[in-house]
Design a protein around this ligand. Structure first.
Ligand code: NCD
Length: 306
């Protein structure tokens, strides 16, 4: 049985097929409206989420299936001390597939070892967020027509931002990608990604502190929020939180066709005055997240015709 823990669980060919399926769903949603009738998705969210949980639920409902689950650890038996392994053995009796978000890195992997249904990692601590990466790849491929040959700026909290960690791992498999890592010194990419992934794979990357210096060369700008919940103290968070604010002035320095992505939620790092700029695609990206999660559910459940 297949689970999805990291974007690398899918080969480039499998990923291409999944993105093709997502584009087909986008073009012909009614063809898929009954594909998962009688199937249930469990969403086990031990950490807050709006987009990821609701987009999984919307995805399953769009496929004609049903959903059950919880949206905080306090409202589950975790509050009574139940282990993730026990919870998943029980959930396996109730549902056909499960999306799990957990503050502890590796918790969905532990669950997958005891599970008799496919488990999707919907974000584990500061580690990985593979379905956000699928969303990002679908957005880029659909709007740019390719996943190779571009310069991408990753800006903000590169230390704790799991979406960035997963996206880098996925993108290094495509030719001619140049990474510009834009962050304050304190929020630089962790060594396991910087050295263990980028350097190890002889990837072209450079680090910058000022967004103004980097923006003119970029084809894609991936903004991220400073991850308050993963800071050890509030003062450091307050010092960092407004380090980057993408506004109209900075957008004037960017290429005419540079796309701005953001996994959302946004705090202050993108001024709302940018929202109407055609290069700002973060709300479209949220829509692509539903299509790609539909494609993923169909693929993992091995629904006929996919
Ligand atoms: C991201 C996450 O949870 O890591 N959100 C999301 O799933 N769209 C990004 C974030 O919380 O900053």
């Amino acid at each position: 049985m297949k689970h999805l823990m990291s974007p690398l669980d899918l080969s480039v060919e499998e990923l291409d097929r999944l993105l093709d399926l997502a584009n087909d769903i986008e073009a012909h949603p009614s063809r898929y409206a009954h594909s998962c009738e009688g199937k249930k998705l469990a969403t086990l969210f031990y950490e807050p989420s709006t987009r990821t949980r609701l987009s999984f639920e919307a995805a399953m409902l769009n496929l004609g299936g049903s959903v059950l689950g919880f949206s905080s650890a306090d409202s589950s038996s975790a509050a009574k001390g139940e282990s993730v392994s026990d919870t998943i053995r029980v959930i396996s009796c109730y549902a056909d597939i499960c999306a799990m978000r957990h503050p502890k890195e590796g918790a969905p992997l532990v669950a997958s070892m005891k599970s008799s249904i496919p488990i999707i990692n919907a974000g584990d601590g500061g580690h990985q967020h593979p379905t956000q990466t699928l969303t990002d790849l679908l957005t880029i491929r659909s709007l740019k027509g390719r996943l190779d040959n571009f310069t991408i700026g990753l800006c903000g909290d590169l230390k704790f931002g799991r979406t960035v960690h997963s996206l880098i791992q996925a993108l290094i498999r495509y030719p001619n990608i140049r990474f510009v890592l834009i962050s304050p010194e304190e929020l630089r990419l962790p060594d396991n990604i910087r050295d263990g992934v980028l350097k190890k794979n002889h990837q072209d990357f450079r680090e910058e502190v000022r967004l103004e210096d980097a923006i003119p060369q970029l084809d894609l700008l991936y903004m991220t929020r400073v991850q308050r919940e993963r800071f050890f103290n509030e003062e450091d968070y307050i010092r960092m939180k407004d380090f980057y604010i993408l506004d109209k002035e900075k957008m004037k320095l960017a290429k005419e066709d540079m796309l701005v992505l953001h996994p959302l939620p946004r705090v202050n790092e993108i001024s709302v005055e940018i929202d109407d700029d055609p290069r700002a695609v973060y709300f479209k990206q949220a829509q692509y997240g539903v299509y790609v999660r539909m494609a993923l559910i169909l693929t993992l459940l091995e629904v006929e015709g996919c």
